[in-house]
Unconditional design. Sequence first.
Length: 331
Amino acid sequence: MPNSGQSKSKDNAAVVQAADPAAIEQAGRLLRDGALVAFPTETVYGLGADATNGQAVARIFEAKGRPHFNPLIVHAHDAQAAACYGVFNESAQSLAEAFWPGPLTLVVARRDGSPISELATGGLNTVALRVPDHPIAQAVLRAADRPLAAPSANRSGHVSATRADHVAADLGARIAMIIDGGGTRHGVESTIVALAGDQPRLLRLGAVTVDAIEAVVGERLLRGTDATETPQSPGQLASHYAPRADLRLDATHVRPGEARLMFGSEAPANGERSFNLSESGDLVEAAANLFAALRILDATGVKCIAVSPIPQVGLGEAINDRLRRAAAPRS
Ligand code: TXA
Ligand code: MG
């Protein structure tokens, strides 16, 4: 890898050296335009997108080839910025003061009117927030002037990337830019603690130890195995937003009394009771609209939402996964 300047082959992202201030400015512009930029943090390389832009966030899932819309960690440049997106209880406040900037992610209640896209939070009413302790991550956040959703910069199912050339091998052909800041310090992801319930709960082990966290909150963290509370892990159907209405999938026509969730060039039906995820058949646009569309149609009070077929390719796989979960019977 060269020491300065850019290396770019025909189909691949520019790998730029972090020492170049113009590169950081360019990264900021690309992110504000909705493009994906990979950058180092103190844990692993992150695949960043503007967390307030649903289509930019959708491109993360597309680039990673993720078959599910799991919620993403939103990175902010300081605790004050993070407080614009989430509501911090006393324990969350203490943990932020003790460990930020640093490799601890706090899952807290989403703030009302928060600009974070629903796709970044997986349609949940909580948000995962982290302030990274890495000069390049900090510089990128400031240049972008936006909160950044950033999962690890690797293809789904591959190991997390801890060097720029790992990112390039996995995602080089799919993203706009990779900022090379050398190897990452921790090499494992941030620890995740949820503070949205009565008691703090450990959601993921990571770079900050459980002992250190317990010393700050003054109590033991609940673990996945504790039966004292409903599990909050994001894979759990119960924790996801589920519309009150039933969903009828792969519907080719609408029945009387149903609302309609469409995709592609279909004739618009029954006015405000229909929503087209993307008239042009663009799956990125459809993914960005998905959670809002479900809420809007549900709010009309219909008993059932007829969902048009969505192609099971690319992001369509994750959209269909989410729709199947929303359609599943609930207790
Ligand atoms: O070290 C890290 O945290 C790296 C670097 C790049 O910062 N980022 C990272 O982000 O690992 P990500 O988006 O891959 O983390 C996603 C995980 C989810 O699988 C889930 O466990 C948790 O964060 N998560 C996110 N939002 C959540 C929420 N609202 N409720 C519960 N868990 C959530
Ligand atoms: Mg990962």
